[in-house]
Design a protein around this ligand. Sequence first.
Ligand SMILES: [Zn+2]
Length: 72
Amino acid sequence: MSALADLVSTATPRPDPRGCDLPTCPVCADSMIAAEASAYLADNAISYLWTCDTCGYGFVTKHAVKSRFACN
Ligand SMILES: [Zn+2]
């Protein structure tokens, strides 16, 4: 068990740049790794569905989508 915990704790030395805004579980404060699902909303917003692997709590976050791909 401890060997597995060590492996997990060192598996992500540097988070993906896209994942710099990863939330933590409001129930057990565990870090979310990847969203279960995502959906684009109106007004350049995107929502993510997260499910905590540790406690099973599910929640949704909304993020503003930057117009980083716009050509001007
Ligand atoms: Zn949790």
